[in-house]
Design a protein around this ligand. Sequence first.
Ligand SMILES: Cc1cc2nc3c(=O)[nH]c(=O)nc-3n(C[C@H](O)[C@H](O)[C@H](O)COP(=O)(O)O)c2cc1C
Length: 324
Amino acid sequence: MRIFLAPMEGVVDHTMRDMLTRVGGIDRCITEFVRITDHKLPPRVFYRYCPELINGGRTTSGTPVYIQLLGGKPQAMASNARQAAALGAPGIDINFGCPAKQVNRSDGGSVLLKEPQRLFDIVSAVRIAVPDNIPVTAKIRLGFEDRSLLTDITQAIFAAGSNELTIHARTKADGYKPPAYWDAIADIQTNSPIPIIANGEIWTPQDAQNCLQQSGCDDIMLGRGLLARPDLARQISGEQRQQTTASMLWSDVLVLLQQFCVVTEQEYEPKYVGNRVKQWLGYLRQHYPMAAVLFEQIKRLKTPEDIAEVITAQRLNKCDQAVA
Ligand SMILES: Cc1cc2nc3c(=O)[nH]c(=O)nc-3n(C[C@H](O)[C@H](O)[C@H](O)COP(=O)(O)O)c2cc1C
């Protein structure tokens, strides 16, 4: 079984990939989508989305990072995929799942699910453009308005030579509203010539079990669940091997947050550090009640130094409590 970290625009950048892969249990990451219009983008764009390219396309912990492309023009997608592969991307993923209106209006993301022939044209152009040893993968939803085209969509992607397919088990119309329909993947999985990766609403090891069972898949992708609970992949893979792994305590998460402040400050202007920490706390508080307390403590702070100081104080406070 493999576990992948989901691409999440504006959230899972290389600093977050670094943090989460340090915790472990993640077999692959995917960048935020790189928007492709008509022309070939310069290398600096790919380095911006995927600074891991300077490290052989791997995070500091050695996890491969595929570059995700989003666009509707087969030739432009192909030339950019070739460019990304030449720069050292270990794989290329194609986004056919993005529900954003702006993206769909400009002919990219989930709107393409309405036209299986275009999915075929895009995936096959990318597959031909990229060397055989570099996997090309696709990520879809169950459909746009409904699931009526799901078989046509998946057949088009298989026929085009995609090496793997991730299915976010909801339609575009479902948005992000729970539940995810893992069982809707089962028929596709049974008849698929390539690995299918199930995605959507996996927040706990039990959810992972249910998803694997209902979808019949061997592999899963985790997004928000991993942000809420950074050791979720480690826990799930531990359970698969029937090993009990200690859960990450809030004090461990505080260490991670301190590291996150440091790496974020190296990469972004100081004024953005606070926003990124607050954004992560927004996810973490779904699993750790103390994240909500920390959020309240830092919400008006602006400088990375002030924020780091409060995080350190919470850590020391916890240690004092433990000692007492
Ligand atoms: C804030 C946010 C940004 C996302 N950005 C992307 C993206 O760039 N590319 C993509 O394929 N999916 C994107 N997704 C979808 C996720 O990869 C994933 O399919 C979805 O969140 C369901 O998985 P989860 O329930 O484990 O979070 C995004 C989701 C969220 C919430």
